[in-house]
Design a binder for this molecule. Structure first.
Ligand code: M6R
Length: 602
């Protein structure tokens, strides 16, 4: 996704520390390259950039000594152009008078670069952030002012992005929002913009929200918003944000991932509290009750939550809810859906482009759009007829953990309500999550040691635990870089079993009702020399057949809910296992290579 930050202050001052701490707060958005620029009234722009994380690049290029009254910072998650110094942002225009940086994707970048070269501009990189700068240069050099040049440039720049840009000899900066996050903060002496709220909150709580199709011109202590469409001005007063800053800090944990895993019980409690009182929930359920077909549409981890939700709906509500990967929605169902159908779009960020594309398809066919979303104010919250917030607070770590659990819990709650069941028992879940975390933490060391010897493994589940296997495998591969596949346990014998050799690790996640079936699967592996780690409630049959077990403490709920709750809890050992396997390989689980928290690209 990338992160951008821009600031204008009244006096020239040492802006380096401000840039570094904004960069640290935005670091989850991109860590392929980092760059900063300060803009003088006269002379050369001071541009420092390279590959690496914010701390490394800031140290190497001495960001802390950068001074000025205007500055731009960018953290890049590479899409166009390899992560290299030349492709790092910010970028200069041909003469070095304009400097800008973007977040998002300019999809016609290659064609534009060709045009810019043919027009005689100096193109230095392959990166689409540079296209944003040249597109503005193109119209600025024709005599237009900056705002007009940006408006005209947006007609050339296809895609979803935000960018910030400034020029030498000016006292302001300019930023535009078109599809990617952008928010402004203002004090008497300063105005800044950032890709998200946490990048700004430690500087000021007086914030100005920006919407797609808006350009903000900002100077120390002031700003003006212009509509791209017709150039008209928009009056929007700042608001005071009540968001907590601490939630975006590690709070004593070594990594955000560990902190977020430990927050799961607490945020589950907050979610239930909210759902019990929500009038939106009633509206949400009304839409579901009236639906011909319900689709659960999402990507990645959110899709796995949807998959588990579909089993809950089937088993607890007697209603089919069709899970579908968002980018497949048009191909699989685009021609068969209509106004009687409901799509539940599930997304942590609410900005995933694949999900937004599926919403476009759904809207075109008149479907009802519902959202389960963590980031309040995100596009998904705006386009949904009704949305339920996941109440997780910021999830900074790239691997989704607490948002997955709250997505699953919301779907369980909805399935129970849809099926006319009481949801009161779910109030035991937060404590069960805490107990599970505590009890499994001492059990996973042998599994971590075992997995450190292999770069290849499978995680198998069945029925309710099949989505858990997929999610566990995603977590593990995402932060350890090993090949780990999650599949339905019964499918293993149809092909992947051939991978098993002496000591080959296979993890089975077993629901309480599926133990006999899982035991067959376990023995198909162990008799071929494979090494099985079984996860489930205490059961002598699992312990007697697998080489290792990770036991989830049993739960005091009715027999028909026990498997549903096991499915919710059994992801926790897989999260913790993935975390420790990542550390044992020397990786940073919060920021896995090549990945980004929010994928605003196709
Ligand atoms: O923000 P979203 O929930 O829409 O993101 C979808 C996926 O990119 C996301 O769940 C991804 O798979 C996780 N970060 C993996 O841990």
């Amino acid at each position: 996704m990338c992160g951008i930050f821009g600031i204008v202050t009244k006096e020239i001052q040492n802006l380096g520390p401000v840039l570094i701490s904004a960069g640290e707060r935005l670091s989850y958005r991109g860590y392929d390259t980092v760059g900063a620029a300060t803009l003088p009234k006269q002379g050369d722009i001071d541009l420092r950039k390279d590959t690496g994380k914010i701390q490394e690049v800031a140290e190497k290029y001495n960001f802390k000594d950068m001074s000025g009254d205007r500055a731009i910072l960018q953290l890049r998650w590479a899409t166009f152009g390899a992560p290299s110094q030349i492709n790092s942002q910010p970028h200069l225009d041909s003469d070095g008078d304009l400097v800008g940086a973007h977040n998002g994707n300019v999809v016609n970048n290659v064609e534009l670069m060709q045009q810019f070269r043919e027009e005689g501009m100096t193109v230095r990189s392959e990166n689409d952030g540079e296209s944003c700068v040249h597109a503005v240069e193109r119209y600025y050099d024709q005599g237009n002012d900056m705002v007009e040049s940006i408006r005209m440039a947006t007609k050339d720049l296809e895609g979803d992005y935000s960018f910030v840009i400034g020029k030498v000899g000016d006292d302001r900066l300019y930023a535009i929002k078109k599809g990617s996050g952008l928010v402004a903060g203002i004090t008497e002496d300063m105005t800044c913009i950032g890709s998200d709220l946490p990048s700004i909150l430690p500087i000021t709580r007086r914030i100005v929200r920006l919407y797609d199709g808006e350009i903000i011109t900002f100077w120390a202590g002031g700003y003006e918003i212009t509509r791209v469409e017709d150039g008209s001005k928009i009056t929007r007063e700042p608001e005071i944000s009540e968001e907590s800053i601490e939630v975006a800090q590690k709070g004593g944990y070594d990594h955000f991932m560990l902190k977020e895993i430990h927050e799961q019980g607490q945020v589950a409690g907050e979610l239930l509290h909210m759902l019990d009182r929500s009038t939106d929930l009633d509206q949400f359920l009304d839409k579901l009750q009236g639906a011909r077909n319900i689709y659960l549409i999402a990507c990645g981890t959110s899709f796995h939550a949807g998959l588990l939700g579909s089993v809950y709906f089937n088993q607890l509500a007697g209603k089919a809810a069709i899970p579908v990967l968002a980018p497949q929605f048009a191909a699989q169902y685009g021609s068969s859906v209509g106004p009687k159908d409901v799509g539940i779009f599930i997304s942590q960020s609410g900005e995933t482009k694949d999900v937004l594309n599926a919403i476009e398809t759904a809207k075109k066919h008149g479907m009802v759009i519902l959202g389960l979303v963590n980031v309040v104010g995100s596009t998904l919250t705006l386009v949904s007829e009704v949305h339920l917030p996941l109440t997780c607070g910021y999830e900074i770590s790239v691997p989704a953990t607490k948002t997955y659990c709250n997505q699953v819990l919301t779907l369980l709650y909805l399935a129970l309500r849809y099926g006319g069941h009481d949801t009161g028992v779910l109030h035991k879940v937060p404590e069960m999550m805490d107990i599970t975390l505590e009890e499994i933490s001492s059990q996973i060391k042998p599994a971590v040691d075992k997995l450190s010897e292999w770069d290849d493994l499978y995680i198998l589940g069945y029925g309710l635990t099949y989505p858990v296997a997929l999610e566990g495998a995603l977590k593990l591969k995402e932060i350890t870089y090993v090949h780990c596949e999650g599949i339905l346990s019964t499918e293993f014998k149809h092909g992947p079993l051939s991978a098993v050799s002496d000591g080959y690790p296979v993890i089975f996640v077993s629901g309480p009702d599926d133990v006999p079936l899982i035991i067959s699967g376990i023995n198909e592996v162990t008799c071929r020399g494979g090494h099985v780690i079984a996860i489930g409630f205490e059961d002598s049959r699992l312990e007697g057949n697998a080489q290792e077990t990770i036991i989830i403490p049993d739960v005091d709920v009715s027999e028909n809910l026990r498997p549903a709750i096991l499915a919710l809890l059994s992801v926790i050992p897989l999260q913790v296992l993935s975390y420790h396997c990542s550390l044992s390989r020397g990786y940073d689980p919060d920021f896995p290579r090549n990945l980004s928290k929010t994928l605003t690209v196709d």
